[in-house]
Design a protein around this ligand. Structure first.
Ligand SMILES: [Zn+2]
Length: 541
C-alpha cells in the first residue's frame, strides 16, 4: 500500500530504477563454450622485485663479479604494489578516472591457472567492487578517498631502453643480470631458462591481432579500439587495436608476458553479467598474440565493445556522445547479461551500484547485439542532450505507468500519455540503432547491400510496434513502405531527406511526440515537411 507522499516518493524511485526504459526483447540463447567463469588463481609467488630480494640479488652479483657498477642511487623503492579497496562504485570510479593506473581485478604476484572472463575476490560480496591491484611509481599522487594497502615496496629497474628518459640504474647488461639473479633466488625462472640463454635473448615487443566472428559478414572482422595488455609481474605494456584489429604495445620484454584484454576504455566498461569487469585472460607467452573470438561470452563482449567504441570514439555523424567519464561523472557501465530478454538503460539503477545499461541479447545475431548496444547508448545520450525533457519523458512513459499498474507496465494498454511519450522515447534510439548499424556494416565493413532488421524497420506494421516506430528513419530514407507493400497496415511515409543530426537537435525541449515534430518543422526547411503531420499521425495514442 502506498499511504504517505514520502512512501510514494520512495516507491517511485525504486520502481523507476527497476523499470525505466526497458527496451526491445531479444530471442535465442547460445550454447556456453567451456572457457568462461571466474579466473582461477594459483599459488602466491615469491616476489623478485621486492626491494629486499633485489638487494640480495645485487649482493650475490657483487660476490661473483665486483666490476658491476650502479649508475644511479642504488637499490631503493621505485614503485609500490598496491591493493585498493573501493567500498562502493563511487570509489571505484575515482580510480577509473585516473587513466595512468593499470588496474587489475586480481593480484599480480599469483600464478594464473585457468581461463575466465572475470575475477571477484572471494572475500568481497558480489554487490561491492572487488579489490583493484596495480603498481605505481613511488612518487605518484594517488586518487584521494579510496583506502588501500601497500602490499610490497618494489625496485623495478628500467629494463626497456625504449622508454628510457631519466637516468638508468645501471647498464643494460648489469640490469639484466640483476633481474635474472632476483628471479633465480625467488625460484621464478622457468624450467627452460638459464642466465646465459636469457641474457642473450632478444627483447620482443608484444603485438598481434584481435578479430571477432561476425555472422552478418560470415567472417572474422577486426575488433577496433580494444586495449591489449601484456604484463610481466608489475610492468604492463599496452597497445590499442586499429580498425583491422592490429596492435603493437608500448614497450618490450625479455621474457614471457601475460596477455589480456580488459573490455573497457576510459569512457565505458563492460561487466560480466552484473558482477565484475569483463576480461579476456590470454596466454602467457613470448611473441605475438593473435586472437580470433568466436561463440560464447567473449564474442558477446567483443560485439558490445565494438558498438560502444563506435558510438563513443567514432564520428557518430555528429551526434551527442553518451555520458563521458570525467571528474564529475562516472565511467558508463554496460552489464553484458548472458540472457535473452529486455535490454534497458536506467540511470537510477546506478544509485544502487548497478550498471547504467543492461544488455540481454545473448545469442542474437551479431548485428542485433551491435544494434541493441547502440540503442541503449542512444537513450543515455538523449539524457545528456536534454536532461530536463528526458526526465519528463521517463516519468510519463515509464515511471508513472509502472507505479499505477504496480509494475505491470510492459503491455500496450498504457493510456494516451504513456503511449505518446514512450513512442518518442523509443523511436529515437530505434532511429540511431538503424542508422549507426547501417553505417557500421555498409561503410566500415564495406557490405554495401546490408540492411538492418526487417528491411531497416520498413517491414514493420503500425500495430506491430506502437512505440518502437520507424518514424525517425522514415524522415531520413526515401522509401514509402505503404506504397512498397501496397498495404494500409504499413505507415504512410512521404517524408525524406532529414539528417539524423537534425532529428537529434529537434529533440531538445521535446516532451511529447508532437513537440518533436513541431521542432523539426520550425528548425529546418525540407521540401517534404508538409508530410510530417501525416507521418506522425500513423501512430495514435
Ligand atoms: Zn529503448
Amino acid at each position: 500500500m502506498l499511504k504517505s507522499p514520502k512512501l510514494m516518493l520512495s516507491a517511485a524511485v525504486v520502481l523507476g530504477a527497476l523499470c525505466v526504459v526497458s527496451c526491445d526483447k531479444a530471442e535465442n540463447i547460445p550454447n556456453e563454450s567451456g572457457t568462461q567463469g571466474m579466473l582461477k588463481l594459483g599459488k602466491q609467488l615469491e616476489n623478485p622485485y621486492s626491494v629486499e630480494n633485489m638487494k640480495q640479488a645485487w649482493n650475490n652479483l657483487q660476490e661473483n663479479n665486483s666490476s658491476y657498477r650502479m649508475m644511479g642511487d642504488g637499490i631503493s623503492t621505485t614503485h609500490l604494489y598496491l591493493k585498493f579497496k573501493p567500498q562502493n562504485e563511487d570509489e571505484l570510479n575515482l580510480l577509473q578516472q585516473d587513466s595512468t593506473l593499470n588496474l587489475y581485478t586480481y593480484p599480480l604476484d599469483h600464478e594464473i591457472l585457468g581461463e575466465g572472463d572475470y575475477y571477484q575476490d572471494p572475500e568481497t560480496p558480489d554487490s561491492l567492487p572487488t579489490y583493484q591491484y596495480c603498481a605505481v611509481p613511488v612518487d605518484k599522487v594517488l586518487p584521494g578517498g579510496v583506502s588501500y594497502e601497500v602490499l610490497a615496496e618494489l625496485f623495478i629497474p628500467d629494463e626497456d631502453p625504449d622508454d628510457d628518459e631519466g637516468q638508468r640504474f645501471a647498464s643494460e647488461e648489469v640490469t639484466d643480470a640483476l633481474v635474472d639473479e632476483a628471479l633465480r633466488i625467488t625460484d621464478n625462472l622457468e624450467p627452460e631458462e638459464t642466465h646465459e640463454n636469457q641474457r642473450m635473448a632478444r627483447k620482443w615487443r608484444p603485438a598481434g591481432n584481435v578479430k571477432v566472428w561476425d555472422d552478418e559478414m560470415d567472417d572474422y572482422i577486426g575488433v577496433h579500439g580494444a586495449k591489449v595488455r601484456a604484463r610481466r609481474w608489475f610492468t604492463t605494456r599496452t597497445g590499442i587495436t586499429n580498425s583491422a584489429g592490429n596492435y603493437s604495445c608500448s614497450g618490450k620484454f625479455r621474457r614471457k608476458a601475460n596477455y589480456s584484454i580488459k573490455w573497457e576504455r576510459y569512457h565505458f566498461s563492460i561487466r560480466s553479467g552484473t558482477i565484475g569487469q569483463a576480461l579476456y585472460n590470454g596466454p602467457k607467452k613470448k611473441g605475438n598474440w593473435d586472437l580470433k573470438i568466436k561463440n560464447g561470452k567473449q564474442q558477446y563482449y567483443a560485439l558490445i565493445f565494438q558498438a560502444a567504441h563506435f558510438y563513443y570514439y567514432g564520428h557518430r555523424m555528429g551526434l551527442t556522445s553518451p555520458p563521458r567519464n570525467s571528474w564529475w561523472k562516472r565511467q558508463l557501465k554496460i552489464a553484458a547479461r548472458a540472457k535473452s530478454g529486455y535490454s534497458s538503460y536506467a540511470k537510477a539503477r546506478t544509485i544502487y551500484g548497478g550498471a547504467d545499461i543492461s544488455i540481454q541479447a545473448y545469442g542474437n545475431s551479431s548485428d542485433g547485439v551491435f544494434g541493441t548496444t547502440i540503442h541503449e547508448l542512444a537513450h543515455a545520450a538523449h539524457r545528456e542532450l536534454d536532461i530536463n525533457a528526458y526526465s519528463h519523458l521517463v516519468y510519463n512513459a515509464y515511471t508513472y505507468p509502472c507505479i499505477a499498474t504496480r509494475g505491470d507496465c510492459m503491455d500496450e494498454d498504457l493510456g494516451p500519455t504513456a503511449n505518446n511519450t514512450r513512442r518518442l522515447m523509443e523511436t529515437w534510439p530505434k532511429t540511431v540503432e538503424i542508422v549507426l548499424t547501417l553505417d557500421w556494416y555498409r561503410n566500415k565493413c564495406e557490405k554495401q547491400n546490408y540492411d538492418y532488421h526487417k528491411m531497416n524497420w520498413q517491414k514493420v506494421k503500425i500495430e506491430e510496434r506502437p512505440h518502437y516506430t520507424s518514424a525517425g528513419y522514415d524522415m531520413i530514407d526515401d522509401v514509402n513502405q505503404r506504397d512498397d507493400h501496397n498495404d494500409d497496415s504499413y505507415p504512410q511515409d512521404q517524408v525524406e531527406g532529414y539528417t539524423i543530426k537534425q532529428l537529434e537537435s529537434a529533440l531538445k525541449g521535446a516532451k511529447s511526440w508532437e513537440e518533436w515534430r513541431e521542432n523539426i518543422k520550425t528548425m529546418y526547411y525540407n521540401p517534404t515537411e508538409e508530410h510530417l503531420n501525416e507521418l506522425f499521425a500513423n501512430w495514435s495514442d
